[in-house]
Design a protein around this ligand. Structure first.
Ligand code: SF4
Length: 480
């Protein structure tokens, strides 16, 4: 059996909200397309570009900023480094000037409302999130490429859908401990005596030196914690027209009890000093998750974990570990994220992390399972308890549909991250109090069940905003 090699940096990617499949993936696809034009020496010959968005990208693309993402990608901007505060101005410039600077250096005419087409009635067979770029050359030739955004910011290209074009280099990578399933992971733990995070780190060493991996993971955590802090300290309403009020700001204010915080470290010490009553911890965890996903909805800088819509669950649980479980230590943070990433990659290989394929169980459900496993191992659980926690967390997300109101990653998405985080903590606690010998459901069993459920799920509930809350809640979108 072949083993897809997925690195921690494939599961956790620094990007821009609000959606990994509808924003980050299309952004990456546009970058890849312009790179191909450069490699083929076609860039300076391009006269016009047309972007076709199919299926789910067409149906909820406006709410998820897909049109914005492809314009930034075509312009040569990078989602990791681009100043998110400049997005509106740049998009307004393209619209007003009717020009785009392809790859940052070749200017062509471009009218977003004409040159980006939302083909809501068309779906390509390989995946619901498809987009094509068509260029016409000055000499009359044309050139086109099609990409699929398959969830979590991963992008694959036609005609080789099995070739991942974003992600860690696959060529010549032979992992010492290849893993497709939870059973295989457990096998390596048993035969080597290593903890899960140690097996993952050994595999990561195939890509780069350990010190580099650690530094990269701590950089991921830096972006996550800055996102929590920013979300806790930003007041107002989210963009998109639903008029959703940001709540993390008010909750955080109550948690601070009048204390002033000027930076993350001061904030952390105030959080820590607030006690450890059940209600206080619940409020804190909810606040952490709300903060991240409000930032995500506002096109802020976030880390896909494993997606943007579910970006708040893992930071909230890790922040809980740091604030209330003595987890404020670089090594502990690295181990936490290594274990979380491995569980996410097993879900990706055995099922999906794309809501367009599997509904919200694939986003919030997977992130909750990742967080539950990481917390359990971090709190001293055995390898089997760690995998059991992931199983419990997913078992109670099975069948959860994706039904974002107005196609915006706001309702139910933002609150749903608080639920995913709390369920992860509950699943961890339950696993720590349990004997895996008596468990009836395995992690691999629940992953297969999730995938079967995904296949049976009506497409109305797969990031199309055609069903569920998206059609039952009458909200006017006067500003959209
Ligand atoms: S409902 Fe869930 S899967 Fe759908 S956009 Fe919201 S968070 Fe993502």
């Amino acid at each position: 059996m072949s083993h897809e090699a997925i690195s921690v940096f494939d599961m956790f990617k620094i990007g821009v909200g609000p959606s990994s499949s509808h924003t980050l993936g299309p952004w990456r696809a546009a970058q890849l397309f312009t790179r191909t034009l450069e490699e083929k020496n076609l860039l300076n010959e391009v006269q016009s570009v047309e972007v076709l968005l199919y299926g789910s990208l067409a149906k909820t693309g406006i709410g998820h900023g897909t049109d914005i993402a492809v314009q930034l990608g075509l312009s040569g901007d990078d989602p990791v480094t681009f100043d998110v505060n400049s997005i509106n101005a740049k998009i307004a410039d393209i619209k007003n000037m009717r020009k785009i600077l392809l790859a940052g250096r070749h200017e062509i005419d471009f009218t977003p409302s004409d040159d980006i087409e939302f083909l809501v009635a068309e779906t390509l067979p390989f995946h619901p999130n498809a987009l094509s770029f068509l260029v016409s050359m000055r000499n009359g030739d044309s050139f086109a490429e099609t990409f699929y955004s398959i969830g979590g910011g991963f992008v694959v290209q036609e005609p080789k859908p099995d070739a991942i074009v974003t992600g860690s280099p696959q060529d010549a990578i032979t992992l010492p401990f290849p893993v497709n399933t939870a059973d295989e992971l457990l096998h390596w733990c048993r035969t080597t005596g290593m903890a899960i995070h140690e097996v993952v780190m050994e595999n990561e060493n195939s890509w780069r030196p350990e010190a580099e991996t650690k530094a990269g993971i701590l950089n991921i955590w830096r972006v996550m914690k800055e996102c929590i802090y920013r979300g806790c300290n930003t007041e107002g309403y989210l963009p998109g027209g639903l008029n959703v009020k940001r709540r993390a700001f008010d909750v955080n204010k109550k948690l601070m009890q009048g204390k002033i915080e000027n930076n993350y470290d001061e904030w952390l010490s105030h959080i820590h000093a607030g006690g450890n009553s059940f209600n206080y911890i619940l409020d804190c965890v909810s606040c952490f998750a709300l903060a991240v996903n409000e930032e995500n909805a506002a096109f802020g800088r976030v880390v896909t974990a494993p997606t943007n819509g579910a970006a708040g669950v893992i930071p909230a649980v890790l922040q809980y570990f740091i604030s209330f479980c003595n987890g404020n230590d670089d090594d502990k943070i690295v181990k936490f994220l290594l274990t979380a990433s491995e569980v996410g990659s097993i879900f990706k290989k055995g099922a999906t992390i794309s809501a367009a394929m599997g509904g919200c169980q694939a986003e919030i459900g997977v992130s909750s399972a990742m967080a539950a496993a990481a917390l359990t191992e971090s709190l001293g659980g055995t390898q089997r308890q760690t995998l059991m926690a992931a199983e419990i967390a997913m078992e109670h997300h099975l069948g959860m549909t994706c039904d974002p109101i107005a196609g915006l990653v706001q309702i139910p998405c933002i609150e749903r991250n608080t639920m995913g985080a709390i369920k992860a903590i509950t699943a961890c606690q339950l696993a720590l109090q349990s004997t895996p010998d008596f468990a009836k459901v395995s992690l691999d069993g629940v992953i297969k069940t999730m995938w079967d459920t995904a296949l049976d799920m009506n497409s109305k509930y797969k990031e199309t905003a055609d069903g569920g809350l998206a059609v039952n809640i009458p909200i006017s979108l006067s500003e959209c």
